[in-house]
Ligand binder design. Structure first.
Ligand SMILES: *Cc1c(COP(=O)(O)O)cnc(C)c1O
Length: 249
């Protein structure tokens, strides 16, 4: 079985097909997990969505609510009966109706949210692509990106400050940014349990040290986007290594 983490991949597409819709064409059982946590492209506050082969999804549904063979809606609905069976020692991992109601409305707005995210990404890309100080995110062939986060990577040869200093400089200009993500092998539990060294995962460690995430959400105004661009460009210019190297264009 393959279980895909698609927490960042709503509503992404690969070769024209929605991520999460490929179970029927997969050679092995394929589950896809989405997150509806507060920061995600579609939110229900907490919660998420599982897609996969219908009979296995039905199985998961039973596990998610006390191992019961019918859910409360059916029991108390007009066509339902009082009868149910506990067929497994299940969990209480169900989504609340209140969350589902929020999610249905979010779902309707998702195309609009996505269009706005894409627009902001295009503004960022066109503002930053000429700077050698940065590596900007790309959309690979055959991929329609969900643009959950906008990761900007610093090119150390062309910029004289670290990622941490860059984030501090942004904060000094009232722009919040973050890092997605801190590699697991640096987290104390995994580091200590498996005795990892920083460079045991050299690519993750290298990229971690040069990446930051800029503000990206559908509610950003054009002014917000301009403010971010202005701050990023100012820092890039201020700390450029070699005046003539500042812009590649
Ligand atoms: C948010 C997120 C998760 C966790 O989702 P939850 O709904 O909080 O369980 C997992 N993986 C990635 C990549 C995420 O961004």
């Amino acid at each position: 079985m393959v279980i895909e983490d698609a927490a960042h991949a709503l509503p992404a597409k690969y070769k024209g097909r929605m991520i999460g819709s490929m179970a029927s064409t997969s050679q092995v059982p394929l589950f896809t997990c989405f997150s509806f946590y507060a920061t995600k492209n579609l939110t229900t506050g907490e919660g998420g969505m599982l897609t996969g082969p219908p009979e296995l999804v039905e199985d998961a549904r039973i596990w998610s609510l006390h191992g019961m063979s019918r859910d409360a809606w059916k029991r108390y609905g007009s066509e339902g009966s009082w009868y149910y069976e506990v067929v497994r020692p299940g969990f209480k991992y169900n989504m609340m109706d209140i969350q589902a109601a929020i999610g249905l409305h979010q779902l309707r707005k998702l195309p609009e949210f996505h269009a706005r995210r894409r627009e902001i990404v295009q503004k960022y890309n066109s503002a930053f692509s000429s700077f050698r100080q940065f590596q900007i995110p790309i959309e690979k062939k055959n991929v329609e990106h969900a643009w959950h986060i906008y990761v900007l990577r610093l090119n150390a040869e062309f910029i004289g400050i670290s990622r941490n200093q860059f984030i501090d400089e942004l904060r000094a200009r009232d722009i919040a940014s973050s890092v997605h993500f801190i590699p697991l092998h640096l987290q104390p539990y995994y580091r200590d349990k498996y005795r990892y060294q920083r460079r045991d995962f050299p690519v993750a460690y290298r990229e971690y040290n040069r990446m930051l995430s800029l503000p990206l959400f559908a509610g950003m105004s054009d002014q917000d986007v301009d403010d971010v661009v202005e701050a990023v460009v100012a820092i890039a210019d201020q700390y450029a290594i070699g005046a003539r190297a500042a812009r590649s264009a």
